[in-house]
Design a protein around this ligand. Sequence first.
Ligand code: ADP
Ligand code: MG
Length: 382
Amino acid sequence: MINIKKTELLRLNQNKIKDKNILMRVDFNIPIKNGHIYELYRIKSIKETLNFLKPTKKIVLISHWGDPISKEKNYSLKRILPILEKILKTKIGFLENLDSKIKEKINLLENIRFFKGEKECDLNFAKKLSTLGEVFVFEAFSVAHRKHSSVYLLPKILKTYYGFNFEKEIKLLNEVLKNCKKPKINKNRSLALILGGAKISTKFPLIKKFLKYASLIILGGGLANTLLKAKGFEIGKSLFEKEFLKDVKKIKSHKILAPFDFYVINKNKIYYRLLGEIKKEDKILDIGEKSLNIFLEEIKKVKFIVFNGPLGFVEDKKFELGTLKLVKFLSKFKNKFILVGGGDTLNFLEKKKLLNKFKISTGGGAMLYYLANETFPIFSKK
Ligand code: ADP
Ligand code: MG
């Protein structure tokens, strides 16, 4: 469990950053669909930190956007600039590359993943990047598990302070760890994980670790599909990840619950199907009521709940019902500790105006990584 040192908390060190040029890693990795940009809470959430940085000299913000292979125009952060200026109510300078002139008080560097060396975690690149500031502020919880230059190497080069949001998220997760990571917790069913979504690769390797201390793991979305396929069930054309079938096959635990009824699409028509009835041309896009009701009964018994990843294809209203019913159910509890994380999951809550009902973590993968490993690579000494 990481307890950030007082000397590394931004909140407690305003005098140290006064009159310094600040380099800050943030997460503006907001979804864009059909040309429309939404999920603005990620931008809104750094307002407090920026306010606190007023006594500093210049500020350069670093973020990634998507996972572009090359400099795709679609993923240029220039597109976010007007939104940023509107939310932060100030002019923002744009830095096309590392040599661009830093003109404004607050500046935004072009998508960091456009630069060779970022994902390669290249030290020379990180050194060049570090010249954009004198002090580093880390405020990008959702990528804290990545070994990328602007995440992993900058803290090893510049004096680093952890921002308000990062500190808050670590505190929340520490609370889960303190309460749930005890052996023999099974009887009182203390922690439940609800995992759905698409990104199986980041989530599956963690399930094994969670089996030790979670009392219940509910799977949905692509994760459940992969498990069902591994167990030999027909899932038709549904989303799953081949590389994990072997690993998943080995997992045997009474703690894992997977759905057994679904809404599927087949030649543009929606059908309700039980597990075992799924046809080769079917695509599972939402969970059915029977499975969901059993999940909800089990959830009632648990004190702590960590939820990441929608249970269905929530971008389409026709397939959001399972996830919607789940979050509405969760939002009613007053005396449970419910932590919800992940970009797409929070986006769904924001859309349904339920975001303020939960404790939230901006990272999905990062949140699970921290719960499983109790630390992040950025905190390693090496
Ligand atoms: P988060 O960003 O919250 O961590 P993920 O990125 O892992 O979540 O997954 C979210 C995505 O998973 C959503 O776009 C959702 O449509 C998709 N998804 C969930 N269930 C299914 C399904 N059965 N088939 C296809 N996509 C699904
Ligand atoms: Mg996502």
